[in-house]
Design a protein around this ligand. Structure first.
Ligand SMILES: Nc1[nH]c(=O)nc2c1ncn2[C@H]1C[C@H](O)[C@@H](COP(=O)(O)OP(=O)(O)OP(=O)(O)O)O1
Length: 276
């Protein structure tokens, strides 16, 4: 059976067909619609990110493509081969900068380059001889004027995102993800680990305008489509964690996303796999 975008259909036996049922658990959302005398079709959101309704501006499922249950399934559907040496890999970094106490996320509105006009985390391409942690530290300084110790990036390495494109077969983007949690100087109470910063020190540059958002109100409709999948998963996981003092408990994840032709402008995913 073909999986539809972000959802799986299962058949359940049902005696009465005139009702619509809705069952919601902590991990899944089940919506049943009557279609035949014997069965109802249930829409089961299998991915925790897809089932978190708290995010106000999530991209519609039609933009998010097919959710694969395994990397093998994803790779065979996209025709990507992990050992394809012919692909040119562009490595970059991306920083998830939070204030967990206040459930805030710092994003930047991109003024030029890849993703112009969109909101995104801070980061950019690795320069020669640079490690991902060094690159993330440098980019956060350049794009938001925030100086954070290198150690925080080493500890805050939380995974990777892999992007491929239907109309640019030779290119693969590998994004190293970092999570930095901060406290605002003068905050009255801090219940979780983080670096103290002065929020007034944050500055725009010619490339990005930084802006704080409440977690559930991040402008996902003005972001790359994949953010509606992995970023919502990540923030939901953070929200669910009891022990927020420990870096060891940071969520980890690796995501694979295959984009439809039209790239950045079209902003539509065909296939994805999120390993959490
Ligand atoms: N689909 C996507 N979803 C996402 O959330 N971030 C993405 C993304 N595709 C790229 N990025 C991030 C990774 C990186 O931080 C930035 C793009 O880096 P690039 O180096 O390609 O662009 P820039 O023009 O910003 O380069 P620099 O001049 O090196 O800063 O956007």
């Amino acid at each position: 059976m073909m999986l539809r975008p972000s959802e799986m259909f299962i058949k359940l036996p049902c005696r009465r067909i005139s009702q619509t049922y809705a069952v919601k658990t902590s991990r899944t959302k089940l919506v049943a619609a009557p279609t035949s005398r014997q069965y109802i079709i249930c829409r089961l959101f299998s991915n925790t990110s897809a089932s978190d309704d708290r995010f106000m501006y999530k991209q519609p499922p039609s933009r998010l493509g097919i959710c694969h249950p395994s990397l093998t399934s994803y790779l065979s559907a996209t025709g990507n081969n992990i050992t394809n040496d012919a692909k040119e890999v562009e490595s970059s970094t991306l920083i998830i900068l939070t204030n967990i106490n206040e459930r805030k996320l710092l994003l930047g509105k991109k003024l030029r380059g890849f993703g112009t006009g969109k909101y995104n985390g801070f980061g950019g391409r690795l320069e020669r001889e640079e490690t991902p942690a060094h690159c993330a530290k440098r980019e956060l300084m350049e794009e938001a004027n925030l100086s954070i110790d290198l150690d925080e990036f080493v500890i805050g390495s939380v995974g990777t995102l892999n992007f491929t494109f239907q109309d640019r077969e030779h290119i693969e983007m590998l994004v190293h993800l970092f999570h930095i949690n901060v406290h605002f100087r003068n905050a009255t109470h801090n219940t979780c680990k983080g670096t103290i910063i002065d929020p007034d020190a944050i500055r725009a540059c010619d490339e990005m305008i930084p802006e704080w958002f409440d977690w559930w109100e991040i402008p996902l409709h003005q972001m790359f489509a994949d953010d509606s999948i992995w970023l919502t998963y990540y923030l939901s996981s953070l929200d669910a964690r009891r022990d927020k003092r420990s870096h060891a408990s940071l969520p980890k994840m690796n995501g694979w996303f295959h984009f439809a032709p039209g790239g950045d402008g079209n902003n539509q995913i065909l296939h994805y796999f999120l390993d959490t």
